[in-house]
Design a protein. Structure first.
Length: 207
């Protein structure tokens, strides 16, 4: 079974993806980490985030097994990821890797921006997870503050809005809800309620 989860920044895709994967005994890939890792490679190499050729080379060299969550989770890398994610060469270089992950015999859960639309259009269940920008900023602000990041709530909200705008309006694989995806608005749901609603959607789609 393949479960595709898409949605805007900090909507809870990763949290749900992880729990859904555990619930159904599937592997989980947070595809945002791939774009964050490409941005990280460029920054480490001292290259500008506008260098599409270097970004595509970094994407082709990426190893899914070595993605370091701690280094990649910061706010700076989220904003940088959304810049390199707009390059067609970067996206093309990451398609096969994501499809290969989804092709394991038992299936998988993938979360990102274009899973239900481009990477796994035939997924058995598709969710589009969202919440108001303020609520998402609130959640991400708490998460970053607990990591010791001095970023303010207003900066987090501005980053989320800028990223949503860039991700929705890019020419290649923009963020959008697949026609056959179920919308899950978690603005007024805690993590457990969102998880229960997500399981109900997956069960209904696969029964
Ligand atoms: N329904 C929810 N209610 C409250 N907090 C949530 C909810 N879903 C996720 N979170 C928290 O919000 C933050 C962002 O969630 P995350 O799963 O990383 O989102 P995404 O993968 O979409 O960026 C995390 O700190 C997570 O624990
Ligand atoms: N499948 C995906 C996943 C992420 N991305 C890009 O990578 C950036 C970081 O993604 P993420 O999922 O780690 O971001 P958060 O939602 O966790 O803040 C996004 O803003 C997108 O620009 C993408 O274009 N396609």
């Amino acid at each position: 079974m393949i479960v595709a989860i898409d949605g805007p920044a900090a909507s809870g895709k990763g949290t749900l993806g992880k729990r859904i994967a555990r619930h159904y005994g599937l592997a989980h890939l947070d595809t945002g980490l791939l774009y964050r890792a490409v941005a990280y490679q460029l920054i480490q190499a001292g290259k500008p985030l506008t260098d599409e050729a270097e970004a595509a080379i970094a994407a082709r060299k990426l190893d899914v097994e070595t993605l370091d969550d701690e280094t990649l989770r910061g706010a700076e890398m989220g904003a940088a990821a959304s810049k390199v994610a707009a390059f067609p060469g970067v996206r093309a270089a990451l398609v096969q890797l994501q499809r290969a992950f989804a092709a394991r015999p038992e299936g998988a859960v993938l979360d990102g921006r274009d899973i239900g639309t481009v990477i796994c259009p035939d997924a058995d269940a598709k969710l589009f997870v969202t919440a108001s920008a303020e609520e998402r900023a609130n959640r991400r602000f708490k998460e970053l503050a607990s990591r010791g990041d001095p970023i303010t709530f207003d900066e987090v909200l501005a980053d989320i809005r800028a990223r949503d705008e860039r991700d929705t309006n890019r020419a290649v694989s923009p963020l959008r809800q697949a026609e056959d995806a179920a919308l899950l608005d978690t603005t007024k749901m805690d993590i457990d309620a969102a998880f229960r609603a997500a399981v109900a959607i997956v069960d209904a789609a696969t029964s």
